[in-house]
Design a protein around this ligand. Structure first.
Ligand code: SF4
Ligand code: SF4
Length: 152
């Protein structure tokens, strides 16, 4: 009995350590790992393509006026499928390698963007004005509007 236990210990020692010292030494994620969703707000034009394809419906778009679009991303519901990254034609969305996303506050996984949009005179759909100067010319750009009691 004791001999078999000693044999088991010796076999275990020969194999070396096979466990990780997590969380003291977090393992880097593998290339292509679909972790945290990040948004480059400078590149995002508010087209809504990501919201159209999100299977978890965690990207919500609200047009509060013809010139202001709000995109809310409730990433606590995200299933990390990567569809939003695939469809974004502006390279604004990425799933990086961060996987330690546990939190006690849902607000840590919430992103809100307020975009000032131009409106096409023919089809009425929103687009982002191409230059900062054009954005200043958009009616309503400088005007505060109420959204659920908030001033934006
Ligand atoms: S698809 Fe890209 S550019 Fe369009 S709203 Fe989503 S993040 Fe922004
Ligand atoms: S990774 Fe998938 S579930 Fe998460 S926001 Fe993008 S499309 Fe939605």
């Amino acid at each position: 009995m004791i001999a078999s236990k000693i044999r088991q210990i010796l076999i275990g020692k020969r194999a070396g350590s096979v466990t990780l010292k997590y969380p003291f030494e977090p393992r880097p994620s593998e290339p292509g790992y679909r972790g945290r969703v990040t948004v480059d707000t400078d590149k995002c034009v508010g087209c809504g393509g990501c919201a159209d394809v999100c299977p978890a419906r965690c990207i919500l778009i609200t047009d509060v006026s013809p010139f202001i679009r709000i995109i809310r991303r409730y990433l606590d519901r995200c299933i990390h499928c990567g569809r939003c990254e695939e469809v974004c034609a502006y390279d604004a969305l990425h799933l990086d390698g961060e996987y330690e996303l546990a939190t006690t506050d849902r607000k840590d996984l919430f992103i809100e963007q307020k975009l000032f949009m131009g409106t096409c005179n023919r089809c009425g759909r929103c687009y982002i004005p191409p230059t900062p100067l054009d954005r200043l010319m958009v009616v309503g750009f400088r005007k505060d509007e109420d959204l659920d009691g908030e001033t934006i």
